[in-house]
Design a protein around this ligand. Sequence first.
Ligand SMILES: Nc1ncnc2c1ncn2[C@@H]1O[C@H](COP(=O)(O)OP(=O)(O)OP(=O)(O)O)[C@@H](O)[C@H]1O
Length: 853
Amino acid sequence: MGGGPRTFPGGLSKWQHKRMHEKLARQKEQGLLRHEKQLYLARLRSEIRASHLPGAATASASTPASPDRGGGPTSSRAHIRALADRFLRPGAEDLWNEDDGPLRSARLPRPQKQPVRSLPSGARLVDWDQAGSEEKPPRRGGGGGDWKHWEELNSEEPSAGKGTGAGRNEPRLPAVNPKRAFNQRREYGTVAPWWWQWSPGSGTPSQRKESSFGFFGARRCYSGVPFLVSSGALMPLGARQLAEVGNGRKGTPLALFNQERLYAVAARRFGQKWGKDSSDEDGDDMPATKRDLRLRKFVASREEDSEDDEAGETSAIRRKWSTAALRNCDMKKERRVQLKTYEEENNDIAGRIQELREEIRNREVMGSERRRYESRGESLFTNKRFDECGISPLTVKALTDAGYVQTTVVQEAALPICLEGKDVLVKAKTGTGKSVAFLLPAIESVLNAMKSNTNHRVSPVYALILCPTRELAVQVTAEANVLVKYHHGVGVQSLIGGTRFKLDQRRLESEPCQILVATPGRLLDHIENRSSFSVRLMGLKLLVLDEADHLLDLGFRKDIEKIADSLPRQRQTLLFSATVPKEVRRVSQLVLNRDHVFVDTVGLGAVETPTKVQQQYLVVPHELHFHMVHRLLREHIDHEVNYKVIVFCTTAMVTEFMYIMLRDLKLNVREIHSRKPQLYRTRISEEFRDSSRLILVTSDVSTRGVNYPDVTLVIQVGVPPGREHYIHRLGRTGREGKSGKGVLLIAPWEEYFLKEIHDLPVEKALVPHIDQEMKQKVDDSIKIVDMSIKEAAYHAWLGYYNSIAEVGRDKAMLADLASSFGVSIGMEKPPSLYRKTAIKMGLKDVPGIRIRK
Ligand SMILES: Nc1ncnc2c1ncn2[C@@H]1O[C@H](COP(=O)(O)OP(=O)(O)OP(=O)(O)O)[C@@H](O)[C@H]1O
């Protein structure tokens, strides 16, 4: 048992005390982050303000009078750069949270042909204070946006944008009243951005607002701040440009380009996050996930837009700096926005534009290639061969033996970056070869480490691969063993729960182990109990988290943190998964370094499930679920000669019940769930992998990563715990680009879940008829199941749905639903609960819940 006092100050239990501290730490971290953001924005504001103060034009970047300016250890500009680097770099979106304002919703019409937002040829500076009231954009203070002003703005725009002569070709510098400008800005709130881009359009103000998302994404006009106005576009003027303009330099549009990239990122960020009134208008009371999706759609619509020829070079530049630009191969390689000097910008800007154009074109080719593959349902393999990837020839030989010659899309995208030694977060669809994509860098790093460290008596563990389930760890170990077979002296071992600790230990000490595949719990046991093992981990070069989003979930996070603490900081970390929710991107910083690369081969807004898997859902009353599963299986078996089906159930005990029932119905069925001994699980897993004409009934232990080739149908009975579970379960079929089918079977009250997967191509299926004879057969099989299993299934079912917010909130309803589930498995009245359990579940005194005396 754990040591330490049982009660803590304030009468708190150990766990309450721990939770309280965790909460405080979280709050502190959030506070620091908020503070940093505010500081960053304040710095930018002060830079602008300073550039307009009398004498600022001639003053250098550091003025002793100003605490911001170089007097301190960090100059304001350096500080801005440092903060921009933190908050505005691509991939840092997740450092922004809900407190920064709602996400920009994306109910966008398909953008009309936008005027080319090339760098402004007819640029001029406009100060709203100077421009007169008609030209002023709407204020944000008080009652939200007044879109009338947008109309006025629109009517004013042609004269602004279509100026002739010198005014058209050169920035015009209006006299600016900085004090007023700044004060007015402050009227609008504290951390709101002042960038906005506007393009002329027609229709209602809100439509125009929506169609005005251009280079900088969706954003608002912010009064009192100078803007750069070009034909059809208002562009933000960064502090630095202002300073340069103030310094009397000729701020040609091209000179502003590099700066613009920075602000494009910034404005995209602000555009998404800022502006409560805009979200109100767009019905922003939707959940965050939905808003994310809308945001993704918005970004996708920008991509369509960019196909316009007219959009030409600027859209290419725009896409270069947007996440959407990266399409099917979203590699955010460039982490830092370099703030160059004015002269440097001028000198190499043309070259850079050319470079960017080339790069975007290449990416488009890659993207369209991939889409072509997907739409035609062709293979996911690329033209790149493993022998061109810079990996050891012996590994290539092993790959060839295994039949792997060409890389898959994810391997082609991730390998070069992983081999460079960078930290990487990789998102790729299920069954596309992620395991090989992380095993190859693992082997390479082991080989490199072994070359340089030859004098160890017991070799350190150089590569550690963490998997959430035992089945997956066993599978990855087997795959790694195949790949290292020609590397003599390189050993792969696994540490998983359910085996004998002492045996593991002996094996670790007596056999080589440079690559270790482990589940977190068992690994921690070894770390905490064997100091010699911890020492071996100190030589670690590479850490991999397979199914990273699950490992960083609340259930595993603490273990992962502890494990990470006991590993050397100087290491490479790779995270792989088919799903990367926003929250996970945020917490991924726990293990990844700040300059990590995000490789997304799915692409923003793209469907996250395999294209060749047909997805359907069936809504059937609970009492008929078991009959329906039987009906679906029979139908599938009749049509598919080499059928291989996985039936996912909500809990281990419901799985057990389903298995016994189906076995009694003479179906060729096997079961795997957490209540089974590990040896049995491994044996069944291998049997199912190697055979066909078999049905596997299983719980979430088989949801992720497990590779059973040629599964023809996946049935999910009851709602999965979340969208990610749905995607991973479905991903057991349609692997390696093959086709498959998925059916989600839910009760009418579970239809709420459909909202979570509304962007996936899931169609409603007609409910097949169940004749009386078939129904009777199933009823008879249900009767033969032992009552103790039924009771356990009822309890497990109750626990599962109690933990799902949508159902668990209303306890009376939950008790009702549980009773009807009880009836569906042949229990006339629901079994009683232990008082303690009922209290824990919040079900004490709930009608319909019986308490054991
Ligand atoms: N380059 C390749 N050539 C041929 N087959 C490959 C290649 N890479 C992987 N495979 C095969 O593709 C299948 C799926 O691979 P893997 O299990 O690594 O997918 P995954 O992306 O990790 O899936 P999941 O998200 O479900 O974990 C495996 O059978 C693997 O052997």
